[in-house]
Design a protein around this ligand. Structure first.
Ligand SMILES: Nc1ncnc2c1ncn2[C@@H]1O[C@H](COP(=O)(O)OP(=O)(O)OP(=O)(O)O)[C@@H](O)[C@H]1O
Ligand SMILES: [Mg+2]
Length: 321
């Protein structure tokens, strides 16, 4: 759906995107994560043609964005709804009229029966059917973001681009908005691109992600692969210092996936091999509702081979630290 290869972009001497390559497939909820100033918003703005690029290729549904003339670009932008961090609602318009705005921009009447039905359906989808006549000042942050989502969907886009859509919201409200985006992805089949600096957002709904650092795509893949067994770049982003581990015996890190997270692997080692070990560090995390995690155990030198054999026989991924 979106194919980016070796995309580079500079503002004057400042290189903001440096040879970024990635592919977003139809139906993805694709996360773009990175520190402030990494170039995430710029990347998103390149996708919908609000920014140009200096080198490389950026194709949406097979069309190179830089090659589109203004009219073609506007038609392409119609396919891409956009949601911003600060909601961008017009305070003098009520909820209905804010959602109707893109339709009016395309020369349609906001009260034409089919448009009215569409707007009211969308407000129902986002759970605001009772706020149709309210003004933005009468809404909470979460409600404002729901209006912005309804507005982004009013032209029936195939792609939804979200720039820090939940950063201004508290954790509980964020969960509600993420659930709504997930529902929109599933029920309406809309591909979603989420720019965020919140790892929680990625873990909650994204099926693919890229980590951007100083304009470069430094890690890509499924969130559960990147976060459960992080490489050094991901670790640096997460800010996790290397744990303090015993310097005697052997430290073994076990990775739990979907299939074995709930099995009693640990007590199984002790019971079946009849040996003692200590647990040094561990975490279990939820990714799109499935539990994944890692655990570091310390075993005596002489027990190592038996433990590794036990893990291999049960297809449990491990790493010696
Ligand atoms: N129009 C512009 N002119 C000049 N520099 C810009 C412009 N837009 C962005 N930049 C610079 O490009 C870099 C990347 O900005 P961008 O907004 O893409 O970062 P970001 O990853 O979205 O950060 P944040 O998480 O803070 O939103 C920053 O150094 C920023 O100052
Ligand atoms: Mg930004």
């Amino acid at each position: 759906m979106i194919q980016i290869s070796n995309l580079s972009k500079s503002f004057g001497d400042l290189k903001v995107l440096d040879q970024v390559s990635l592919e977003i497939k139809e139906g993805d909820i694709y996360g773009i994560i990175g520190q402030s100033g990494a170039g995430k918003s710029t990347l998103l703005r390149c996708i919908n043609g609000l920014e140009g690029y200096n080198a490389g290729s950026l194709k949406v549904e097979g069309k190179e964005i830089a090659d589109l003339d203004p009219k073609q670009l506007r038609l392409m932008q119609k396919e891409m709804g956009m949601i911003f961090q600060n909601f961008n609602l017009l305070s003098r318009l009520n909820v209905y009229d804010n959602v109707a705005l893109p339709l009016q921009f395309w020369g349609q009447k906001k009260n034409a029966p089919e448009n009215k039905e569409r707007i009211l359906d969308l407000l129902k989808l986002v759970g605001l059917e009772d706020k149709v006549d309210s003004f933005p000042s009468q809404l909470s942050g979460g409600q404002k973001q729901r209006v912005a989502i309804a507005r982004a969907l009013v032209l029936n886009p195939r792609i939804l681009l979200c720039d820090e859509a939940t950063s201004a919201l508290d954790p509980q409200i964020t969960k509600g908005i993420l659930a709504l985006l997930s529902k929109i992805n599933k029920e309406l089949g809309i591909t979603i691109v989420m720019v965020t600096h919140q790892m929680e957002v990625i873990k909650e709904i994204c099926n693919q992600m890229v980590l951007i650092e100083d304009g470069k795509a430094v890690a890509q893949g499924k969130p559960e692969e990147l976060f459960v067994a992080p490489n050094s770049v991901v670790n640096k982003f997460l800010g996790e210092s290397s744990e303090i581990l015993p310097d005697t015996g052997k430290n073994i890190k076990l990775f739990f996936n979907n299939n074995n997270a709930e099995e009693n692997v640990i007590t199984g080692i002790a019971r079946n091999l009849n040996l003692d070990f200590s647990i040094c560090q561990g975490k279990l995390e939820s990714f799109r509702g499935t539990t994944l995690g890692s655990l570091v155990i310390n075993v005596d030198d002489g027990d190592e081979q038996a433990v590794l054999k036990y893990l291999d026989e049960r297809n449990i991924q491990w790493e010696r630290l």
